[in-house]
Ligand binder design. Structure first.
Ligand SMILES: [Zn+2]
Ligand SMILES: [Zn+2]
Length: 148
């Protein structure tokens, strides 16, 4: 990747005053991970609650968890087919993998889950790092590359 740093909206402290636009390192994909170039991101009610410290999060953290983007790089050779693919993604970054919900394939409901935008850096940035397991391939449609 040609760029080493990127702009991001970061929750650094209490309240709305704690939200800043900062310059941080572009993430690098480890094994099983993907770096996604963000093309669009929603502002969720949860983001508003995080802004007002009404939803659990760990600062500093890049906000935003409803992300559409293009896979820019992957950390494992077997995931190479994902590069260039338009994706949406699950919001959780990590789950416990051992509870009944995880083992039933419902990792999104795991009480131990740690999500992007609250406990891991999220999508209010140029790039976001996520597990390849969390990616969902989206169809390319006419005009879909004309991001705002
Ligand atoms: Zn949301
Ligand atoms: Zn679990």
């Amino acid at each position: 990747m040609e760029k080493n740093t990127m702009q991001a909206v970061i929750k650094t402290g209490p309240g709305e005053e704690g939200i800043v636009v900062g310059e941080i390192p572009v993430p690098e994909a480890g094994p099983g991970q993907a770096v996604v170039a963000v093309r669009a991101v929603g502002i969720c009610g949860t983001d508003v609650h995080i802004a007002h410290d009404e939803y659990a999060h760990e600062r500093p953290v890049v906000m935003g968890h409803e992300v559409l983007g293009t896979v820019a790089s992957v950390g494992s050779a077997e995931d190479a087919d994902w590069v260039g693919v338009t994706v949406a993604m699950e919001t959780y970054f990590r789950a416990c993998e051992v509870c009944d919900l995880c083992r039933a394939g419902r990792r999104n409901l795991c009480v131990e889950r740690r999500s992007i935008g609250s406990f891991r850096d999220g999508g209010f940035a140029e790039y976001v790092l996520v597990p390849v397991l969390n990616l969902h391939r989206l169809p390319e449609t006419p005009g879909s590359s004309t991001a705002c």
